[in-house]
Every structure is written in C-alpha cells, then in structure tokens.
Design a protein around this ligand. Structure first.
Ligand code: NAD
Ligand code: 0WE
Length: 263
C-alpha cells in the first residue's frame, strides 16, 4: 500500500540521475505512482529512456517548453497513451535555463534577450504546462515546481535566474488561486544547492555548496532524495489543504539572519 497507488505523474526536467526531477520520480514511484517523463529531445534516448525503463515507465516524450506545439503534443500523447478519461494526478516542473553569461558578472548587464529567455523557460513554462494539463487534472491533483532562495534574496551570480524564480513563485500563487476551485493544488519546493548538471561550472558554486553545510541549521547539504520526500508529501493527500506555498528543503538555511560569532 503506497500513498500514491493508482495515481499517474508526469515529470518534466530529468537530464540524468543527478537531476532533482529524478529524485522526485523515484520517491513518487516508490509510493506506488505510475510515472511518465518529458525532457528535451536531445536527452531522451541516451539519458532519460534508460532511467524511465528502470522505473517501469513507458511514457517518455520530448518537449522543449519554449515551443507551444511541443507542449500541446506531450499532452495529446498522454491522452493517447492513457485514454481520454485518464487523469493526471501529479505534474512536476523541474526545469530552468538562463544563458551562462547571465549567471556571472553583474545583474545590471543582463540583455533583453537573456532576460526574456530565462523568464520564458524558467517561469512562463509553468503557466503553459499547467494550462495544457488542465483538462487532465482532477480534484486532488497536485502541480509542483522547483525554486531557489535567490528568488527572495540576492545570491551572487544567480542574477537573472533570481528574477525568474521570483516570477515563478508568484506564478505558483496565481495558479493556485485559479485552480483551487477545481480542487487542484500548486506549490513550489525551494531546494538548497544540489550538484546537478544545472550547477556544474557555475562560478563559486563549489565554495557556496561547502559553506552551506557549515552554516545551515542542520549542518548538511541536501540531496535529491530529500527533495523527493517533500515532493511525495505535496503529491499526496497528506498535503490536501496546502496550496500556493513555497516549502523549503534547505536544512533551515533560509531562516538564518546574523550568523553566530566564531568559537
Ligand atoms: P538539471 O540540469 O538536472 O535539470 C534541469 C532540466 O531543465 C534539464 O533536464 C534540462 O533539459 C531542462 N530544460 C532546460 N531548458 C529546457 C527547455 N527549454 N525545455 C525543456 N526542458 C528544459 O538540474 P536541476 O538542478 O535538477 O534543476 C531542476 C530544477 O531545480 C530547476 O528549476 C532548478 O532551478 C531547480 N533548483 C536547482 C537547485 C540546484 O542547486 N541544483 C536548487 C534549487 C532549485
Ligand atoms: O536554478 C539553478 C540553476 C539554473 C541554471 C543553471 C544553468 C547552468 C548552465 C539555469 N541556466 C543555466 N544555464 C547554463 O548554461 N540553481 C538553483 C543552481 C544554482 O545556479 C547558480 C547558483 C545555484 C545554487 C548560479 C549562480 C549562483 C548560485
């Protein structure tokens, strides 16, 4: 008996087995959910398919979230695969993108194109995916996304991604208000730093990652299975009256103000 027996989840954002989306997929699958995956075309056969197969998943479809036609196609394929009446109980949005040049140097130098790209892929895509999924969502369905503390406070180099995550978190609240009357919940998980592909090569990430474990109240880094646990809570009826929230999986880092004096 699992918390998600008989439920179907569609997960966007698996790139490899370090992805936060993969930690979430494992947790939902372990709780009894049927999981399906969508990712960018280039990752599907080599990266996503083998991982999907290991969870017994057969639904694996490409989608670049910048393309409305590709978004529409994923949900058409979902209907073909599961039937017109088959609901989607859990929608996981775990993707983001900004130009690398916009994740270094000063935020003030962000170009119009770089700003639009980051906001389109990292924030608008949640709105577009949720709207496309809406006919499949049922009373009790749960939509979730991934965010980061740089939405709220300045984190060096996070720059335009911080602005995109602020838009994403606000979008969670507006979507929660739109879908609440249908019994559909929308929430965000604000994760501490994780060594994923999206963190690779970020200048200063390694130092920040190490310092995080020194100062976070729980004195440890977080992992994708930790995010999976909170995702399972958000996917299940355990969180049935929780919507529009940002839930932190960060060892308490976000509560800190002035650090304790040395010694
Ligand atoms: P990841 O690189 O494993 O995943 C990012 C995913 O975004 C990849 O699968 C990539 O293919 C996908 N993506 C990028 N552009 C896309 C597009 N146009 N269409 C479809 N998919 C696209 O990295 P991750 O760290 O697991 O990131 C997942 C989410 O978690 C992101 O929203 C990220 O901002 C967030 N997050 C990450 C951390 C961290 O420290 N790694 C912390 C907090 C939140
Ligand atoms: O949301 C993120 C990372 C998102 C991301 C990462 C990349 C790297 C490769 C978006 N776009 C790109 N584009 C690329 O070309 N995180 C929360 C991880 C992260 O990224 C940082 C961080 C942290 C933490 C960037 C600067 C400072 C801290």
């Amino acid at each position: 008996m699992g918390l998600l027996d008989g439920r179907r989840a569609l997960i966007f954002g698996v790139a490899n087995d370090h992805s936060i989306a993969w930690g979430i997929a494992k947790a939902l699958h372990d709780a009894g959910a049927t999981v399906g995956f969508s990712s960018v075309e280039s990752l599907i056969e080599r990266r996503v398919r083998p991982l999907a197969t290991s969870l017994g998943a057969t639904f694996v479809e490409p989608c670049d979230v910048q393309d409305d036609a590709q978004i529409a196609r994923v949900f058409e394929r979902w209907r073909e695969a599961h039937g017109d009446d088959a609901g989607l109980h859990v929608l996981v949005h775990a993707l983001a993108f900004a130009r690398r040049e916009d994740l270094e140097g000063a935020f003030i130098d962000t170009s119009r194109e770089g700003f639009a790209l980051a906001l389109d892929v990292s924030a608008y895509s949640l709105v577009a995916l949720t709207r496309a999924a809406r006919p499949l969502l049922r009373r009790g369905s749960s939509v979730m996304t991934l965010t980061y503390y740089g939405a709220e406070k300045v984190v060096a180099n996070y720059n335009v991604m911080g602005v995109a995550k602020a838009a994403l978190e606000a979008s969670v609240r507006y979507l929660a208000a739109d879908l609440g009357p249908d019994g559909v919940r929308v929430n965000a998980i604000s994760a501490g730093p994780v060594r994923t592909l999206a963190a690779a090569g970020i200048s200063g990430f390694k130092t920040m990652y190490g310092q995080f474990a020194d100062v976070a109240p729980l004195r440890s880094n977080i992992g994708i299975d930790d995010v999976g646990g909170t995702a399972l809570y958000l996917a299940s009826d355990l969180s049935r009256q929780v919507t529009g929230e940002v839930i932190y999986v960060d060892g308490g880092f976000n509560i800190l103000g002035v650090p304790a004096p040395e010694g």
